[in-house]
Design a protein around this ligand. Sequence first.
Ligand code: FAD
Length: 399
Amino acid sequence: MSSTGVSVGVVGGGIGGLSAALSLLHAGFDVHVFEQASQLGEVGAGVQVSPNASRILHRLGLAEELARTGVKPLAWHQRRWDDGRTLLRSPLAEPLEATFGFPHYQIHRADLLSALARAVPAERVHLGHRLTGLLDHGDRVEARFAGGARAEVDVLVGADGIHSRVRRELFGPENPHFTGCIAYRGLVPADRLADLELEVTAQVWLGPGRHFVHYLVRDRQLVNFVAILEQDTWTRESWTDQGDIADALAAYDGWHPQVRTILGAVDETFIWALHDRTPMQRWSAGRVTLLGDACHAMLPMMAQGAAQAIEDGATLAACLADAGCNIPEALHHYERLRSPRTARLQGMSAANKTRFHLPDGPLQRERDAQMATATTDWSFESVAWIYEHDAATVNPVYR
Ligand code: FAD
């Protein structure tokens, strides 16, 4: 597949790293992925794949796979925490596809990751490779891995997540910021919840100090939920851990029976401390750059973290393909194209923490009145700038 003669090392085999590898392979680069884990894997949870990301994944040949396991929801349905009243219902499915050209999917992360992994030739994915250091020699980059393995590439991409080692090597240590939110996540067999007669929508329940999201994944066989609540501190050593269902239920005491029934039906739940990053001034230095959570980790309140990582890969491939041999300039251009967009989404996601979690009172009533106009949140008017963006057809300036 390599036709450019340029080699690219991608550190990290998550959704961001694998989709970037695929975009780069399609653009003719000699790509190798280095993943620290001994096998590729994702957390047991769902992910929303909006049209700005599905546009890229379809082009990369994944349309059939996404359609097979993904679920196309009818709408985003935002509801009030106690009585379930509709605050805003924004259409998805056909109207969305007609407007933005590509579908919105709800998909199990493992299904998305395996679809990506099947598309990247196995010999290009090097498992058990934990990056420990790098050296930019000016005309090539040397990546060093635990155990002594080394690789030399023309370009190195850090797609190694929120605790990115590549980022640390480029810009020094800086801990991610605890957002004051934790998340319980879980998957419930849909037939266990048959009595709820759940509609095929992404439901987002808003309440004081917390919200709750649920939607179907894996060909409607599983109900995925994310329960996000505010908490002042995170004292556990790990940033993810087994959660206690009784604690989760206690946190949603008094909430609508549908929310409590879903929470109560799960066999096990995991708990995450949600961290984000402030937007970075630079993502690249020399022949090394970053993508995904490594450079723009955000709260999940816009459901755009993975989508933006997928976009990053497409833009990066387009910039490198157009760059001739000026790789540092291409990487600089890539970050100039990407960072205003991801910074805006980081800001919107953080703002939604406050907005979604307003206590009942005047500000909440004002928010609900705005939502009733059907022009906020995931209305077409609000998301057009996100969903219509084609990250692969940027027009870099190197001709
Ligand atoms: P990661 O998924 O963290 O992958 C990094 C990879 O790098 C891992 O495989 C790791 O093992 C590897 N790695 C790390 N260090 C090294 C090293 N030193 N050497 C080699 N390999 C290394 N986004 C959406 O678009 N839609 C959603 O609906 C959505 N919902 C979310 C809900 C929740 C509760 C949360 C917490 C996030 C959500 N997101 C969503 C955000 C999304 O999950 C992330 O933005 C996305 O998964 C980041 O992908 P990534 O590939 O950049 O990083």
